[in-house]
Design a protein. Structure first.
Lengths: 327, 362
């Protein structure tokens, strides 16, 4: 438990850094949100200035220290303030509407990409020099392509030209969201193409990393010993080599998650998928600062929690971590 | 497409012989590194001479209605945009802008990574704790939302602001890797010797430590450039950039927002995306090549482990020449590799393996 506890403290520190950045960025930057909004809507009365200040909480009442505590208190109670653009709506309401979409789509697609990429990496590492390995430069090309570019091309080819998949949105227009089959089916159907783009663009990275570790692992003495014992190949590959090669891969998973999530946000924008990425775009294009800040916090916390889960898996998979704790 | 010289891809035996005779640096590079370097060279060249040779002013909107969304022809090699701007000119300037940004970010962020990584490892103690904690924290915080937040609050989102923000967020990974390497190096004998002769800490760092990490720093630079290209293009695509300048990202932004694909104007949309993808591929190839240079095990079978026309896996026993196994189809041999009882067996079975063993060694 000591390992997990140490990591927990680390993630708490990371969360605190994110919270503090989020607090200081608006205050440290030149210019301010109120002016930005005022210049965006030139027909606002000058008296709206004070109102906007109060609304955004940038009038800076009290000392910085008091503001900081008030801010932490607000975040703790999930109170992210009132949205500027969709005025009476609370930011937290908007977030609650969008988070499930992103979590389901991006979460599932990332796990699939990780599993497929790792599996292919095991095979490529084992069959060093095989046909799969020669396909690597091609896969690298797919990986180097910007997410949104590939997504737009896939939409054009698979949705616009051939009507295999829907072009955009999270579910068919006219359906009422709810827990009935018609809606769920439509949602799954609409998520296939976005999920496919995430998998295609991120599979090569997992594969390349797994292959490299796998090749190094196969050269280890214990793998040769396992072969010399006459164990079947399947057992040598999966139980001896892959299991050990998986550990660095798992550690990489936590760190790469931030990048994957960032890419997935852009993907949502392309597909007009009703997730948090699309919300972020509308926040950016309308200078909706409270929403931007809340989204940043939500994504960061999601990534931190995912990292904590990965760490727990690591404890489950790696006896060395457990041994270190016992010692 | 990947412009490797054909001589390199040729037969293995002449290549091996040639390697002994002409030990040129370039020849010894793995194919992937060569392909990446050549591909990247093309883009750097386009970036350098691009603004000079671009046929039109990229922002000039030709009012002639016939030149709106004109497909590629002799006058406009890559066609025109909806407002009659020349796509090729935009592309050339865009490559320049994007590469310039990425390289500056690469230099600044790598320098930061070296400073943080080396000083964390060398100063040790509390400094190490604090600096490592900082780089680990910034590694787990997802970068794109933070970039958007930072740039969103800036009053002007020009090139300089983007470079600044990308550099500030681009160093943690490199710092972590370089710290680990410095930890490994600093206890070596030559560093101890330098310290005994009374060299100052700064001199040891600059003359003894950092030169020994050049390959690591180079790899980190390539990675950072890759990150900068990806991030800047993504930021521009969602509109967090100076949209009046021409970079590959803003090109994609305008093409998307004016519905280039829906209007069938592939010549407007495909070139900038393809340019980003090819630049990225070149950098990934270059990095894989650098990796392979340091760890020959990772190399392709083409280069590393083909002996007597037969591919060797790292765990294979020393190969016996003149006894190539019967040819199998790719899928067949792939499936067989999992059903064989052991790596030590060949496809001929245990008996075949024994029989082909040179008698003298028994």
């Amino acid at each position: 438990m000591k390992f997990i506890l140490r990591r927990l403290v680390f993630y708490l520190v990371a969360a605190w850094v994110a919270l503090t950045l989020n607090f200081f960025i608006p205050r440290a930057m030149p210019g301010n949100a109120v002016q930005a909004i005022m210049s965006k809507f030139p027909n606002l009365q000058p008296s709206a200035y004070r109102a906007l200040e109060a609304l955004l909480g940038v009038g800076h009442p009290g000392s910085l220290w008091n503001q900081y505590w008030a801010y932490l208190d607000d975040v703790f109670h999930l109170n992210f303030g009132t949205d500027v653009i969709e005025y009476p709506a609370q930011v937290s309401t908007l977030l609650v509407q969008t988070i499930p979409w992103t979590l389901t789509l991006v979460g599932t697609a990332t796990v699939i990409a990780f599993l497929v990429g790792t599996g292919l990496g095991i095979v490529a590492g084992w069959r060093h020099g095989g046909w799969l390995e020669r396909a690597l430069p091609g896969l690298m090309f797919l990986q180097a392509m910007p997410y949104f570019f590939l997504a737009l091309i896939l939409i054009e080819l698979l949705a616009v030209r051939t009507h295999l998949f829907p072009i955009a949105q999270g579910y068919a227009g006219g359906l009422v969201p709810g827990w009935h089959w018609e809606f769920i089916g439509s949602a799954i159907y609409h998520s296939l193409l976005p999920a496919l783009t995430i998998v295609i663009t991120s599979v090569a990275g997992w594969m390349l990393q797994m292959r490299n570790v796998m090749i190094t692992t196969i050269g280890e003495d214990y793998v040769v010993a396992a072969q010399a014992k006459g164990l079947p190949n399947r057992r040598v590959v999966f139980t001896y080599a892959a299991r050990n090669a998986l550990l660095p891969q798992l550690q990489g998973f936590g760190l790469a998650l931030g990048f994957v999530v960032s890419g997935a946000l852009i993907m949502e924008i392309v597909f007009s998928y009703p997730g948090i990425g699309l919300l972020l775009l509308s926040a950016v294009s309308s200078n909706d600062y409270p929403l931007m800040q809340a989204i940043f916090l939500v994504i960061t916390f999601a990534v931190l929690i995912a990292n904590l889960i990965v760490d727990m898996l690591l404890v489950a998979f790696d006896p060395r971590v457990r041994a270190r704790e016992a010692a | 497409m990947t412009a490797a010289p054909p001589a390199v891809l040729g037969g293995e035996t002449p290549e091996l012989a040639a390697e002994a005779q002409r030990p040129g640096q370039w020849r010894r590079l793995p194919v992937k590194a060569k392909a990446g370097a050549v591909l990247l060279g093309i883009f750097v060249l386009a970036g350098i001479i691009g603004p000079e040779v671009s046929p039109y002013d990229p922002s000039y909107a030709n009012p002639a209605p016939s030149l709106s969304l004109h497909p590629p022809d002799a006058a406009h090699l890559l066609g025109t945009t909806q407002s009659g701007q020349d796509v090729l000119s935009q592309l050339l300037i865009g490559i320049r802008m994007t590469l310039e940004l990425a390289i500056i970010v690469g230099v600044v962020a790598t320098a930061l990574a070296v400073i943080v990584g080396v000083s964390a490892a060398f100063l040790g103690g509390l400094w190490d704790e604090v600096l490592s904690l900082a780089s680990n924290v910034f590694l787990v915080i997802p970068s794109l939302p933070l970039l958007i937040l930072l740039l969103g609050y800036l009053p002007q989102r020009g090139q300089t602001a983007t470079i600044l923000v990308l550099s500030v967020l681009g160093w943690p990974w490199g710092a972590r890797v370089i710290r680990a390497q410095t930890m490994a190096i600093r206890n070596r004998d030559f560093v101890a010797a330098a310290r005994e002769t009374g060299e100052s800490t700064w001199r040891i760092l600059a003359v003894e430590i950092v030169p020994n990490e050049v390959s690591l720093i180079a790899a980190n630079f390539v990675n950072t450039v890759l990150y900068a290209i990806g991030a800047s293009v993504a930021l521009a695509f969602i509109g967090v950039a100076d949209l009046s300048s021409w970079s590959l990202g803003t090109m994609l932004y305008w093409a998307e927002s004016q519905q280039a694909l829906q209007l069938g104007a592939w010549w407007w949309f495909i070139p900038p995306g393809l340019a980003v993808a090819l630049m990225g591929t070149a950098l990934v190839l270059l990095n894989t090549g650098i990796d392979e240079l340091g760890n020959p095990r990772l190399r392709d079978a083409i280069h590393a482990s083909k002996i007597g026309g037969r591919r060797q896996r790292p765990a294979d026993p020393t190969p016996v020449l003149h006894a190539a196994p019967p040819a199998r189809s790719r899928i067949g041999s792939f499936a067989a590799s999992f059903s064989r009882s052991s790596l030590l067996d060949d496809s001929n079975g245990a008996a075949g393996w024994q029989a082909r063993r040179p008698g003298g060694q028994r």
